[in-house]
Design a protein around this ligand. Sequence first.
Ligand SMILES: [Fe+2]
Length: 196
Amino acid sequence: MSRDQNLQQFVSALDKAIFHRLAAGSPERDLARRIFEALQKPGERGQRADQAALPAQQYLPQALETARSGPADLAAVADAFETLAPQLNWYRRKGSDAAGQIFADGHANASIVGAEGFERRTDVQVGVSLLAPNIQYVDHHHPPAEVYLVLSPGAWRQEQRTWHEPGLGGIVYNTPDIVHAMKAGDHPLFAIWCLA
Ligand SMILES: [Fe+2]
Protein backbone atom coordinates (compact mmCIF):
# COMPACT_ATOMS: atom_id res chain seq x y z
CA MET A 1 0.00 0.00 0.00
CA SER A 2 1.38 3.40 -0.83
CA ARG A 3 0.50 6.62 0.91
CA ASP A 4 -0.89 9.82 -0.53
CA GLN A 5 2.07 12.09 -1.24
CA ASN A 6 0.67 15.09 0.65
CA LEU A 7 0.04 12.95 3.70
CA GLN A 8 3.53 11.51 3.56
CA GLN A 9 4.97 14.99 3.36
CA PHE A 10 2.93 16.04 6.39
CA VAL A 11 3.94 12.97 8.43
CA SER A 12 7.62 13.50 7.63
CA ALA A 13 7.49 17.21 8.49
CA LEU A 14 5.65 16.50 11.73
CA ASP A 15 8.06 13.72 12.74
CA LYS A 16 11.00 16.07 12.21
CA ALA A 17 9.40 19.00 14.05
CA ILE A 18 8.30 16.98 17.07
CA PHE A 19 11.27 14.72 17.47
CA HIS A 20 13.99 17.30 17.82
CA ARG A 21 11.95 19.18 20.43
CA LEU A 22 11.94 16.20 22.79
CA ALA A 23 14.70 15.32 25.23
CA ALA A 24 16.41 11.96 24.77
CA GLY A 25 15.12 9.40 27.24
CA SER A 26 11.90 11.32 28.01
CA PRO A 27 8.56 9.46 27.97
CA GLU A 28 7.23 11.89 25.36
CA ARG A 29 10.12 11.04 23.07
CA ASP A 30 9.43 7.33 23.53
CA LEU A 31 5.79 7.97 22.65
CA ALA A 32 6.74 9.99 19.56
CA ARG A 33 9.12 7.25 18.47
CA ARG A 34 6.36 4.67 18.82
CA ILE A 35 3.94 6.82 16.82
CA PHE A 36 6.27 7.66 13.95
CA GLU A 37 7.64 4.12 13.72
CA ALA A 38 4.06 2.85 13.38
CA LEU A 39 3.39 5.53 10.74
CA GLN A 40 6.19 4.23 8.56
CA LYS A 41 3.67 1.63 7.46
CA PRO A 42 0.82 3.31 5.55
CA GLY A 43 -2.76 2.51 6.47
CA GLU A 44 -5.89 2.33 4.40
CA ARG A 45 -7.07 5.46 2.60
CA GLY A 46 -10.23 6.95 4.12
CA GLN A 47 -13.08 8.82 2.47
CA ARG A 48 -13.91 12.46 2.91
CA ALA A 49 -17.47 13.05 4.03
CA ASP A 50 -19.34 15.61 1.96
CA GLN A 51 -19.95 18.34 4.49
CA ALA A 52 -20.06 22.09 4.92
CA ALA A 53 -17.14 23.87 6.58
CA LEU A 54 -17.46 24.50 10.31
CA PRO A 55 -17.56 28.14 11.43
CA ALA A 56 -14.23 27.92 13.29
CA GLN A 57 -12.42 26.87 10.11
CA GLN A 58 -12.42 30.53 9.10
CA TYR A 59 -9.49 30.96 11.51
CA LEU A 60 -7.27 28.44 9.73
CA PRO A 61 -5.53 30.93 7.38
CA GLN A 62 -4.59 33.15 10.31
CA ALA A 63 -3.41 30.16 12.34
CA LEU A 64 -1.26 28.90 9.47
CA GLU A 65 0.25 32.32 8.95
CA THR A 66 1.28 32.40 12.60
CA ALA A 67 2.76 28.89 12.40
CA ARG A 68 4.76 29.96 9.36
CA SER A 69 6.21 32.90 11.27
CA GLY A 70 8.08 30.37 13.45
CA PRO A 71 11.14 28.25 12.66
CA ALA A 72 11.43 26.61 9.23
CA ASP A 73 10.45 23.17 10.50
CA LEU A 74 7.13 24.54 11.79
CA ALA A 75 6.54 26.37 8.52
CA ALA A 76 7.03 23.03 6.73
CA VAL A 77 4.37 21.44 8.95
CA ALA A 78 1.99 24.33 8.26
CA ASP A 79 2.57 24.12 4.50
CA ALA A 80 2.01 20.37 4.45
CA PHE A 81 -1.11 20.71 6.56
CA GLU A 82 -2.54 23.38 4.29
CA THR A 83 -2.50 21.00 1.32
CA LEU A 84 -4.33 18.35 3.35
CA ALA A 85 -6.85 20.60 5.09
CA PRO A 86 -9.55 20.70 2.38
CA GLN A 87 -9.59 16.91 2.16
CA LEU A 88 -10.04 16.24 5.86
CA ASN A 89 -13.13 15.35 7.81
CA TRP A 90 -13.51 18.34 10.12
CA TYR A 91 -15.80 17.76 13.07
CA ARG A 92 -17.07 19.16 16.32
CA ARG A 93 -16.22 17.34 19.49
CA LYS A 94 -18.85 14.70 20.21
CA GLY A 95 -21.39 16.09 22.69
CA SER A 96 -20.08 19.63 22.27
CA ASP A 97 -23.62 20.98 21.91
CA ALA A 98 -23.97 20.49 25.66
CA ALA A 99 -21.20 23.06 26.15
CA GLY A 100 -23.28 25.70 24.34
CA GLN A 101 -23.40 27.30 20.91
CA ILE A 102 -20.34 29.49 21.47
CA PHE A 103 -18.13 26.46 22.03
CA ALA A 104 -19.82 24.44 19.28
CA ASP A 105 -19.10 27.18 16.73
CA GLY A 106 -15.78 28.18 18.25
CA HIS A 107 -13.85 24.97 17.67
CA ALA A 108 -13.07 22.58 14.85
CA ASN A 109 -11.15 19.32 14.93
CA ALA A 110 -9.89 17.29 12.03
CA SER A 111 -8.62 13.74 11.97
CA ILE A 112 -5.63 13.09 9.72
CA VAL A 113 -4.82 9.57 10.84
CA GLY A 114 -7.33 7.58 12.87
CA ALA A 115 -10.62 5.73 12.76
CA GLU A 116 -12.26 8.58 10.76
CA GLY A 117 -9.02 9.93 9.34
CA PHE A 118 -7.70 10.75 5.92
CA GLU A 119 -5.79 7.53 6.59
CA ARG A 120 -7.80 4.93 8.48
CA ARG A 121 -6.05 3.13 11.29
CA THR A 122 -6.56 2.41 14.96
CA ASP A 123 -3.01 2.05 16.29
CA VAL A 124 -2.18 5.76 16.07
CA GLN A 125 -4.23 8.98 15.86
CA VAL A 126 -3.03 12.29 14.48
CA GLY A 127 -5.23 15.33 14.06
CA VAL A 128 -5.61 19.01 14.74
CA SER A 129 -7.66 21.29 16.95
CA LEU A 130 -8.44 24.85 16.03
CA LEU A 131 -10.04 27.26 18.48
CA ALA A 132 -11.50 30.67 17.71
CA PRO A 133 -10.19 33.56 19.84
CA ASN A 134 -11.30 33.47 23.48
CA ILE A 135 -12.63 29.92 23.28
CA GLN A 136 -11.77 27.34 25.92
CA TYR A 137 -11.78 23.70 24.90
CA VAL A 138 -13.63 21.50 27.34
CA ASP A 139 -11.72 19.39 29.86
CA HIS A 140 -11.14 16.01 28.31
CA HIS A 141 -9.16 12.81 28.76
CA HIS A 142 -8.49 9.65 26.80
CA PRO A 143 -6.74 6.34 27.42
CA PRO A 144 -3.89 6.84 24.89
CA ALA A 145 -0.95 9.05 25.81
CA GLU A 146 -0.65 12.20 23.73
CA VAL A 147 1.84 14.69 22.41
CA TYR A 148 0.60 18.05 21.12
CA LEU A 149 2.75 20.21 18.86
CA VAL A 150 1.56 23.73 19.58
CA LEU A 151 1.50 26.02 16.54
CA SER A 152 0.04 29.20 18.02
CA PRO A 153 -0.22 31.23 21.19
CA GLY A 154 -2.68 29.87 23.74
CA ALA A 155 -2.79 28.38 27.21
CA TRP A 156 -2.87 24.77 28.40
CA ARG A 157 -3.78 23.08 31.63
CA GLN A 158 -3.50 19.61 33.09
CA GLU A 159 -5.78 18.56 35.95
CA GLN A 160 -6.22 21.52 38.26
CA ARG A 161 -2.73 22.90 37.77
CA THR A 162 -2.22 26.47 36.61
CA TRP A 163 -2.55 27.39 32.97
CA HIS A 164 0.72 27.66 31.05
CA GLU A 165 1.71 28.92 27.60
CA PRO A 166 3.86 26.45 25.67
CA GLY A 167 4.23 29.00 22.85
CA LEU A 168 4.77 28.45 19.14
CA GLY A 169 6.61 25.15 18.75
CA GLY A 170 5.90 24.08 22.33
CA ILE A 171 5.13 20.49 23.21
CA VAL A 172 2.43 19.34 25.60
CA TYR A 173 2.69 15.78 26.85
CA ASN A 174 -0.34 14.08 28.36
CA THR A 175 -0.02 10.81 30.23
CA PRO A 176 -2.87 8.29 29.69
CA ASP A 177 -6.22 9.58 30.94
CA ILE A 178 -4.93 12.82 32.46
CA VAL A 179 -7.60 15.55 32.33
CA HIS A 180 -6.48 18.46 30.14
CA ALA A 181 -7.78 21.51 28.34
CA MET A 182 -6.56 24.46 26.30
CA LYS A 183 -7.83 27.97 25.67
CA ALA A 184 -7.26 30.63 23.07
CA GLY A 185 -6.59 34.24 23.97
CA ASP A 186 -6.92 37.03 21.40
CA HIS A 187 -5.43 34.79 18.72
CA PRO A 188 -6.80 31.47 17.41
CA LEU A 189 -5.28 28.39 19.02
CA PHE A 190 -3.97 25.73 16.67
CA ALA A 191 -2.27 22.48 17.63
CA ILE A 192 -1.57 19.03 16.25
CA TRP A 193 -2.20 16.03 18.47
CA CYS A 194 -0.62 12.60 18.20
CA LEU A 195 -1.94 9.73 20.28
CA ALA A 196 -0.99 6.12 20.78
FE1 LIG B 1 -6.21 15.58 24.14
